[in-house]
Design a protein around this ligand. Structure first.
Ligand code: CDP
Ligand code: CDP
Length: 223
């Protein structure tokens, strides 16, 4: 088992992974690693370099120059791409709708998996994404597969966007979520799947506090 405690949280888009992981990390004093933000940052780096998202070779060549940093922040961590704050830019609709393609590239995945594993060397972590339990941290002490109905996930994202003052349509959001889940589950390299030893937590109809409490109990049972 890893020297420092590892909690892996995987699941489809908008299941609540980052919200729950962040709260647990603060409570347990673990470091939170948002791997989705890393894939989003690479996607934004491609855009900033003027590359087409289809340009796998170009994006691969860019990887050694890409620096990604996380800084503490409320309610979300700050994400820096080559020293520049991109916390909001990486959540734009354009990046959201192209990140699944960019994250399907072999070089992108192996580069980010290496960076993610390096973050576990000296500290306990809670890491969320799509392939954490299956690929990044296969020996994690706790693996959670977080799910919720697609209707509820679209609702949650809808409310979040309305709060941010963004104009969105619930049906469009649902279609975008389904399209991204399909791509993430069907790519060749480390697709989104539940690890055999992961515990499924269905959060449909559950608020954030309830989910946090459920997972906290699971972590305590494994300590
Ligand atoms: O928060 P949200 O569900 O919108 O997605 P995210 O966690 O920010 O991840 C964005 C995208 O990055 C996913 O749809 C995947 O295409 C990709 N990703 C991945 O391939 N592997 C991971 N470990 C994390 C994210
Ligand atoms: O990281 P992931 O894409 O899995 O989801 P998220 O960004 O953490 O959560 C998506 C939205 O659902 C956020 O606005 C959360 O506040 C909300 N949420 C919720 O309403 N109830 C839950 N049990 C979990 C998340």
């Amino acid at each position: 088992k890893p020297a420092h405690f590892q909690v892996a949280i995987d699941g489809p888009a908008s299941a609540g992974k980052s919200t729950i992981a962040k709260i647990l990390a603060t409570d347990l004093k673990y470091v939170y690693v948002d791997t989705g933000a890393m894939y989003r940052a690479i996607t934004l780096a491609a855009k900033n370099a003027g590359l087409a998202y289809e340009d796998e070779a170009g994006i691969t060549a860019l990887l050694p120059e890409i620096k990604i940093q996380f800084l503490p922040g409320e309610p979300v961590q700050h994400v820096l791409l080559n020293g520049v704050e991109v916390t909001e830019d990486i959540r734009s609709t354009e990046i959201t709708n192209n990140v699944s393609l960019v994250s399907s590239y072999a070089a992108v995945r192996s580069d980010l998996v290496n960076r993610q594993r390096a973050l576990t060397a000296e500290q306990p972590v809670i890491m969320d994404g799509r392939d954490i339990g299956t690929t990044v941290l296969p020996d994690a002490q706790v693996k959670i597969f977080l799910i919720a109905s697609v209707e509820e996930r679209a609702e949650r994202r809808y409310k979040e966007n309305v709060q941010k003052g963004m104009k969105v349509d619930l049906e469009t959001l649902k279609e975008e979520i389904e399209a991204r889940d399909y791509k993430d589950s069907h790519r060749e390299i480390s697709p989104l799947t539940k690890a055999d030893d992961a515990i499924t937590v269905d959060t449909t109809g559950q608020n954030i506090d309830q989910v946090v409490a459920t997972i906290k109990t699971i972590i305590e049972d494994h300590q």
